[in-house]
Ligand binder design. Structure first.
Ligand code: BDR
Ligand code: CA
Length: 304
């Protein structure tokens, strides 16, 4: 069983990534940390707690940074809805937060089990940068470090930049400079993971998971993310899928540097496949196997 610590900003695709992690039998989610991103920290944290209850999970949740290291916060409520879960309204949370900042929770969790826990981040990289600055050894302690973020072709927030990196480029620059090999699951990969009508037809029979979460989330997401009927890309779930089964994702080593000065290019992940590598960059997804994993995991969650 692989252990996963997930930093997130739920967020529709974050919500689906959390359910995926919970439903994969040989993956153990050892903690969730929240960051401001898709919506304000207050909502991403509340959503994380509600999702834990809704999915029936037993996992600690720690709240992290409400704003980027340097810049003003920018949300994506136009894509994820005012509270972050599109049209889904989950029951109020009964679970409570742990009494630690996400950065400390990340440090303490990894320190307690060096080499055993995969760290994945699917929101702006503020918490990870804070943790790395406070305790650089987390780069040794994490079994691997995976992000959903960046791209080597085009952005989605600007022509140059993907949302998670654009939201806090200085944090992303710290993270790519850490003494680990960042696995960059960027838009080039995640745009292959589209919840098409055909994919969605497989969710029938998932009961309240489908009716109360998947449908209201995906209907909203598909109408607001610019996918124009092709089906929304379930970005963050690709990072979880990679941790569960790296064979689903083809990667190539590359040097990735984050643009922090550009007027038009801030948050661009400048990717040199010929440079001295600090990253493994995802290029190709096994799409049928990805949706099989997803479907199977959600079936397990529905049955429990
Ligand atoms: C990323 O940005 C957010 O909107 C999504 O949750 C995902 O993490 C995609 O660019
Ligand atoms: Ca996210």
């Amino acid at each position: 069983t692989k252990k996963l610590l997930l930093d997130c900003d739920p967020g529709i695709d974050d919500a689906l990534a959390i359910g995926l992690a919970h439903g994969i039998p040989d993956l153990e989610l050892v903690g969730l940390t929240t960051v401001g991103g898709n919506v304000e920290l207050e909502h991403t944290t509340d959503n994380a707690l509600r999702l834990v209850d809704f999915y029936g999970m037993d996992v600690q949740v720690a709240r992290g940074a409400g704003r980027p290291l340097v810049r003003e916060p920018k949300t994506a409520a136009d894509v994820h809805g005012a509270t972050g879960l599109g049209g889904a309204v989950l029951p109020e949370a009964r679970s409570a937060l742990v009494d630690a900042h996400a950065a400390d929770f990340i440090i303490d969790t990894l320190a307690a089990a060096p080499g055993e826990i995969s760290l994945a981040a699917v929101g702006p990289l503020t918490n990870i940068a804070l943790a790395l600055r406070k305790e650089p050894r987390i780069a040794e302690w994490a079994a691997e470090f995976v992000i959903m973020g960046g791209s080597y072709t085009r952005g989605n927030t600007t022509p140059a930049a993907e949302f998670n990196v654009h939201a806090d480029p200085e944090a992303a620059a710290v993270v790519f400079g850490g003494a680990w090999r960042t696995v960059m699951i960027g838009l080039d990969l995640t745009h292959q993971a589209r919840a098409t009508a055909q994919v969605r037809s497989r969710f029938a029979g998932l009961g309240r998971l489908e009716a109360e979460l998947l449908t209201p989330c995906l209907d909203f997401y598909g109408e607001h993310d610019g996918s124009h009927g092709r089906g929304p890309a379930i970005h963050d779930a690709c990072a979880v899928a990679y941790v569960a089964n790296p064979a689903l994702v083809r990667t190539a080593p590359a040097r990735v540097d984050v643009e922090v000065h550009g007027t038009f290019t801030a948050g661009m992940t400048v990717t040199d496949f010929g440079g001295a590598p600090n990253a493994d960059v995802a290029t190709e997804l096994d799409v049928p196997a990805f949706w099989d994993l997803f479907d199977d995991a959600y079936r397990r969650v529905a049955e429990q």
